[in-house]
Design a protein around this ligand. Structure first.
Ligand code: SF4
Length: 303
């Protein structure tokens, strides 16, 4: 028996059994309220969006062309058969409703795209956006990915997220039961946090039903505020062993029905300052499995 639920299992349940499905990161030309001045201009202290989606296209390239490029790449590299259009850069619901509808429908018009996934901030969700997602979610497979990072407002303030846990709770309340999938994105190793914080964040999610989770260690990327703090010795990333313990603590509190989309970071080597171990996906996966086995537990063991 698997000690965690791979996201592939969720995709199988959604009708993609036996089909290789891969996300293609897209640049929808969005910005973010924490960058354009409506909430702030500095962004989160760790933010360099190029490191989150290094393979996403340029905002000047039409969505269908970005999809063609990404699909050609993955067909050769991974022999993938079908694709999810992934609006990953910045805040993927931060635009007018007509523009969002047009972008999402353009992506879905591609013959090899079987669904869309949209990454956004909790404060970029409102009733009109949710109505649109519900309408589109009746036509195709749609996942909304909400960035929480931590359930602690003091942590969110420390990394300049400029939203609160209440914002996230409001977004989850609005989105719950509306017919599309929900993914929650969290980061372990945020400044000032330790295992007790991770356990609390994981448990706080269980007041809602959600379908997948993305977890990764906070990693330092060149040119960010966090990189300056790291250079001054004000921030030290987690050691691999600390992360594995925190990750397993977290997943023990995540229901087994939730698929794990990510369990480590994905920064390009030329941009990553530290920790270098976070790029070793196989190593992190093995260490996570071993820690579950050592504890005699599994995902959802403490829900
Ligand atoms: S919310 Fe995302 S895009 Fe906006 S500043 Fe933070 S990390 Fe960057």
């Amino acid at each position: 028996m698997n000690v965690y639920t791979p996201y592939a299992q969720i995709l199988r349940d959604r009708g993609f059994a036996g089909i290789r499905v891969r996300k293609v990161a897209l640049n929808g030309g969005f910005t973010c309220p924490n960058l354009d001045g409506s909430k702030g201009r500095g962004g989160c202290t760790y933010c360099d969006n190029r490191s989150f989606s290094p393979v996403a296209g340029s905002r000047s390239v039409p969505i269908l062309n970005q999809l063609d490029q990404g699909i050609s790449y993955f067909k050769v590299k991974c022999r993938t058969e079908r694709f999810i259009a992934y609006f990953q850069t910045f805040s993927g619901t931060y635009a007018s409703i007509p523009r969002l509808r047009d972008l999402y429908l353009q992506a879905m018009s591609h013959p090899e795209v079987v669904g869309i996934s949209i990454s956004t901030r909790p404060d970029c969700i409102n009733a009109e956006v949710v109505d649109l997602l519900e309408e589109l979610g009746k036509k195709f497979f749609l996942t909304l990915e909400l960035g929480l990072q931590s359930s602690f407002d003091e942590t969110l303030h420390r990394v300049n997220r400029l939203h609160t846990f209440d914002d996230f709770a409001r977004a989850m309340d609005l989105c719950s039961g509306r017919g599309f999938d929900l993914c929650v994105h969290v980061i372990l190793g945020l400044p000032g946090e330790s295992s007790g914080h991770y356990r609390h964040t994981a448990s706080s999610l269980n007041q809602w039903s959600y379908h997948s989770v993305k977890i990764h260690p906070l990693h330092v990327v060149k040119g960010t505020v966090l990189a300056s703090q790291h250079a001054r010795g004000e921030y030290n990333p987690l050691e691999c062993g600390e992360y594995i313990e925190g990750l397993v603590d977290f997943l023990e509190r995540v229901p087994a029905s939730v698929g794990v989309q990510r369990f480590t970071a994905d920064a390009p080597p030329e941009m990553l300052v530290a920790p270098q171990w976070c790029r070793d996906k196989a190593g992190v996966l093995n260490a996570m499995k071993k820690e579950f086995q050592r504890r005699g537990s599994r995902q959802g063991f403490l829900v």
